[in-house]
Write a protein that binds this ligand. Structure first.
Ligand code: PNS
Length: 164
């Protein structure tokens, strides 16, 4: 069984990795689909976001990491996959995700969304909060893998030096 795990992944966190690892127990193949939306201001480019994920799943042939743009349902059709996975951390996620899942299903009636509830330790981890902490040189080592930690340090060091 094949599933698509879409997201911005700006950057990938231990919360995302928990979802990915649990998916790999259930599905034969997982496509991690990184949204490439020029309209959305991201800290990392789409290539950087893909590399940060890839470095953590290098040796796993079940994982494919690609970018997509436009509607998720169109990407799912192209890939001939009718199963999407999303993580839920709290009630706000639940409200947003249930709307998104229903909307996507109305656009692609075969499409189902599977939800994984975040483990307690990851229920408060978000890419946005992590960027905020890193921008003030806080410790993000409990929330992101080492390669992401290093790249966050590089990004904010460069911004601080004025050379971006
Ligand atoms: O990690 P995120 O930012 O919560 O992921 C959101 C994502 C990428 C799953 C969602 O924004 C998405 O699917 N975007 C593609 C455009 C789309 O299909 N939108 C839904 C209909 S409005």
């Amino acid at each position: 069984m094949k599933a698509i795990y879409p997201g911005s992944f700006d950057p990938i966190t231990f919360g995302h990795m928990d979802v990915i690892n649990r998916c790999l127990d259930k599905f034969d193949h997982l496509i991690i689909a990184v949204l490439n939306n020029q309209m959305k201001k991201q800290l990392f480019t789409v290539d950087e976001r893909i590399k940060l994920i890839q470095d953590n799943y290098n040796n796993d042939s079940r994982v494919q990491i690609v970018s997509f743009n436009g509607l998720l349902v169109n990407f799912c059709r192209e890939q001939k996959v009718d199963l999407v996975v999303r993580g839920i951390r709290n009630i706000q996620d639940f409200e947003f995700e249930s709307q998104l899942a229903r909307l996507n299903r109305s656009l692609y009636p075969n499409l189902d969304t599977f939800f994984l509830f975040a483990e307690g330790d990851f229920s408060f981890v978000s890419s946005s909060f992590i960027k905020d902490i890193a921008s003030f040189y806080g410790d993000v080592s409990n929330f992101v893998p080492k390669n992401v930690q290093n790249e966050l340090e590089n990004k904010y060091r460069r911004v601080d030096n004025g050379c971006k």
